[in-house]
Design a protein around this ligand. Structure first.
Ligand code: PNW
Length: 543
């Protein structure tokens, strides 16, 4: 194999940008849409940092054609977006009517994407539960009701869009749904034991119940798809999980164990039952009878219910054993190394620093443990203070370019050096948008949105990714629409300097072994030292 091919991604590699309905659509009370749990929650004083809500967001319900123009300019192959359940079924339930105007909105969007040669990658649930289902029976806390209602909603989507949509994600980030919505109470519906935050909720029990329902709803919807639709529609279905890399703070056995516990709760809680067939032993030990159990029939539906691993990741946490936070597995997170240095550049939000080696380690860990093709469905960075910068300065988003330069390099190495089967990469996000409890203060977009005018301006990071993927996916597969109008003038990344690590993470070994080709047959290890050298030089020069 020649050097040029090994430094590239497979020709059918999918790349693009991601968004979510409530974060971009606005237009919350038009065309028959029912309320979601975020509608009123975001209006309660104190729930969002800037006190702003999702009523307008990036106005994408009205400006979606302009958004698709942007996607075309960036030359993406795919667009990941989510459907608003309460636009499609305003009251949400299995006996409630379907709203044809909601169906038409998404149907037109899907058609327009396909006309442009862009593959729709559709999330069914990105946190905007119909408010009526929360009012009726407390949403995810009521397994019997929510699973049936969600499966009916999913079925409507498969029936109405499945002729054109071939990539389905059932749920976005169950950990966030459960912990942030029912434990910490910072996301809708905002339930928590903290009575200063919420009058209702039990943070010791509800998150684990909600998570259990999310797993089952995902699994029964995937079963319906595979039994009733997959054969004639020919698509794929899976779940997408959040999870950041966990690195031991130092070499002490307690901290090495802590890093695994952090992964068990952040990722294994969902991935272990879905891919391996049981909750992690550590979670059973930590929670005892507060962790719900699957019946044997349920488990048979859950195990093997996701056809790929959907990975959302943003950062790496240094892990120290201790503390009483069950949501992190009794582990304390820090970005400060024992020598006092920072792991990487700090983002606008406290929980995120730029550390690309962790991205490669996480890919290796997930592939080794779960043995599924990986779709990176979200990854991105929020530049510190971007919200207060003048436009010209915000567009020169060097810190975000550095983040994406590091991550794309790590991606290439994971694929070509380590043999991890990664099939897709989506940057978060196409646009600055409603960043949940952060309101509009934290900007994750590769495109700047001026919220006064709703004008969109590509940032350097968007141009960087556009150029990088154009160069790293063999030409023949680039869709026509994407080749004609690509933004070519890309920003040059700063050189990627390897940050010193406090010792190799013991919970991951890079694969370097047992490489398996896409059809499952063992293949020879691809190793091209020259390719690695040229890739490094290219990255260094920003080519
Ligand atoms: C993800 N954390 O959320 C979501 O899927 C997106 O909707 C969101 O805009 C994006 O990441 C950026 O935040 C997360 O606290 C929210 O670790 C919070 C965390 C992680 C992911």
């Amino acid at each position: 194999m020649s050097a040029t091919t090994t430094t590239k991604l497979p020709k059918d590699f999918i790349w693009g940008f991601a968004t979510a309905s409530f974060q971009i659509e606005g237009a919350t009370d038009v065309d028959g849409r029912g309320k979601s749990i975020w509608d009123d929650f975001s209006k309660i004083p104190g729930k969002t940092l800037d006190g702003r809500d999702g009523d307008v967001a990036t106005d994408s319900y009205n400006r979606w054609r302009e958004d698709l123009d942007l996607l075309t300019q960036y030359g993406v192959k795919s667009y990941r977006f989510s459907l608003s359940w309460s636009r499609i079924i305003p009251l949400g339930g299995r006996n409630d009517p379907v709203n044809e105007a909601g169906i038409k909105f998404y149907s037109d969007l899907i058609d327009a994407l396909l006309e442009r040669g862009i593959t729709p990658f559709v999330t069914l649930y990105h946190w905007d539960l119909p408010q009526a289902l929360h009012d009726r029976y407390l949403g995810w806390l009521n397994k019997e009701e929510i699973v049936q209602d969600y499966v009916r909603y999913a079925r409507v989507c498969f029936e109405r869009f499945g002729d054109r949509v071939k990539h389905w994600l059932t749920m976005n980030e169950p950990w966030c749904i459960s912990i942030l919505g029912y434990g910490r109470g910072v996301f809708a519906p905002g339930r928590s034991s903290d009575r200063l935050r919420s009058t209702e909720g039990d943070s010791s029990r509800e998150p684990w119940i909600a998570g259990h329902s999310v797993i089952l709803a995902h699994a029964y919807a995937a079963k319906a798809y595979r039994e009733e639709f997959k054969e004639k529609q020919g698509g794929q279905i899976g779940i997408t999980l959040n999870g950041d890399w966990a690195m031991p703070y130092d070499d002490s056995p307690a901290n090495i164990e802590a890093a695994q516990h952090a992964l068990d709760v952040a990722i294994g809680w969902f991935a272990d039952p879905i891919y391996l067939g049981s909750y992690p032993a550590f979670m059973k030990q930590m929670l005892g009878d507060r962790l719900p159990e699957f019946t044997p029939e349920e488990l048979a539906v859950v195990k093997g219910s996701s056809e790929f691993y959907g990975m959302n990741t943003y950062t790496t946490n240094l892990c120290k054993a201790g503390g009483d936070d069950e949501f992190q597995g009794h582990v304390e997170y820090t970005f400060t190394r024992p020598d006092g240095t920072q792991l990487g550049e700090q983002a606008h939000c406290a929980w995120l620093q730029d550390y690309a080696p962790g991205f490669r380690d996480l890919l290796n860990y997930l592939y080794k443990r779960y043995r599924k093709p990986i779709y990176v469905t979200e990854n991105g960075f929020a530049v510190k203070d971007e919200n207060t910068m003048p436009l010209e300065q915000a567009l020169k988003d060097d810190a975000r370019v550095h983040y994406y330069a590091g991550v794309t390099d790590a991606l290439l190495n994971a694929v070509n050096e380590d043999g991890v089967d990664v099939r897709a990469y989506f940057g978060w996000s196409l646009l600055d948008n409603f960043e949940w409890a952060d309101g509009y203060v934290t900007r994750f977009g590769v495109t700047y949105v001026d919220y006064d005018t709703q004008k969109r301006y590509p940032k350097d990071s968007g141009k960087f990714l556009s150029k990088w993927f154009k160069e790293h996916i063999p030409e023949s597969e680039t869709p026509k629409a994407a080749t004609t109008n690509v933004i070519v003038e890309a920003a040059k990344p700063k050189p990627i300097v390897a940050t010193s690590v406090t010792g190799k993470s013991p919970v991951v070994e890079r694969l370097h072994i047992e490489q398996v080709s896409r059809d499952g047959a063992p293949k020879k290890k691809r190793k091209a030292p020259f390719a690695r050298f040229t890739a490094y030089v290219s990255a260094f020069l920003g080519l």
